[in-house]
Design a protein around this ligand. Sequence first.
Ligand SMILES: Cc1cc2nc3c(=O)[nH]c(=O)nc-3n(C[C@H](O)[C@H](O)[C@H](O)COP(=O)(O)OP(=O)(O)OC[C@H]3O[C@@H](n4cnc5c(N)ncnc54)[C@H](O)[C@@H]3O)c2cc1C
Length: 334
Amino acid sequence: MKMFSKTSRQFGAQFSNQAKRLQSTLVIAEHDNKALSPITQHAIAAAKKLGGEISVLVAGTKCGPASEAVAKASGVTKVIVAENEAFKGFTAESLTPLIVAAQKKNNYTHIVAGASAFGKALLPRVAAKLDVSPVSDVIGIKSADTFVRSIYAGNAIQTLTAKDPVKVVAVRGTSFEADSMTGGSAATETMPADGCAQDMTVFVGQELSKSDRPELTSAKVVVSGGRGLKSGDNFKLLYDLADKMKAAVGASRAAVDAGYVANDLQVGQTGKIVAPDLYIAVGISGAIQHLAGMKDSKTIVAINKDPEAPIFQVADYGLVADLFKAVPELTGKL
Ligand SMILES: Cc1cc2nc3c(=O)[nH]c(=O)nc-3n(C[C@H](O)[C@H](O)[C@H](O)COP(=O)(O)OP(=O)(O)OC[C@H]3O[C@@H](n4cnc5c(N)ncnc54)[C@H](O)[C@@H]3O)c2cc1C
């Protein structure tokens, strides 16, 4: 049995249609100019729970393809496109003046983005400029002003009512079913983006790690390894298993800190939050900071040689075994 409550899907967001009509939400799209990040689909789904009109801001450089994708989402009334060289790298510093200007013009009741690295950098700055409190890590929407959020690394669930005139809300992608992004034909309008270039922060460049495996936060199956793997070379056991299952590979912080794998694989409080259909934890003890990143997975399987390992308390299926024997056997049988 799971120790923790599951996601916001269980928090019924039932409030009157009349109240919903008064809402207007600005969703901040996360994208790479060409395509939307999956988190945007989750943010749009959360905005739909709030009800009322939904506008989506797509700010970037030559971001036509991303804005066209947004316009196809049913329930989105308007796509606001802003293009400027200043948005290279999508820095919070350059985007904030744009969002504040959009808010001043349109007086939204809610500004919503995904609780990703992008949203976590952006929304507190936007909220500060609007002199309101940001509402972070939202996992449920009870009404237009009442949100359910995860606090203390997932150890407690808080229900809070925000009194601010505009609610600046970061939603966890794992808690809102992705919008299908079909059936809509939203109008597109452009917004001037002068004055967004910043002297203090300049985007220099980025190096993105490439992998043929699915992206960790959107994968349906994740195979994660911990200190029990004992070396980076031994992670090959997990890569082989992951390839058979079309899974993404994740890791505990101990495995990252030991240099077995790169830190973009880290799952947990200070890593990525995942909620796949199937999470297989191999040689991971189940520290609370790791659980904070994966406990909402639909089915959790743990392979650990220590029957007392805390991971077994959240696992749906547990295998007390030596991973060096169990994992190749499992891969062989698939
Ligand atoms: C502020 C803070 C933030 C943190 N953030 C994160 C985070 O985001 N993510 C995260 O993961 N951790 C995080 N941590 C660290 C966390 O507390 C744990 O230290 C870490 O998760 C332990 O990783 P582990 O389970 O791989 O290692 P260990 O706790 O050392 O567990 C290794 C496990 O492998 C098992 N094992 C060993 N050999 C075998 C074998 N041959 N076969 C089968 N099983 C075997 C052992 O029985 C053991 O249970 C954070 C800590 C702090 C203080």
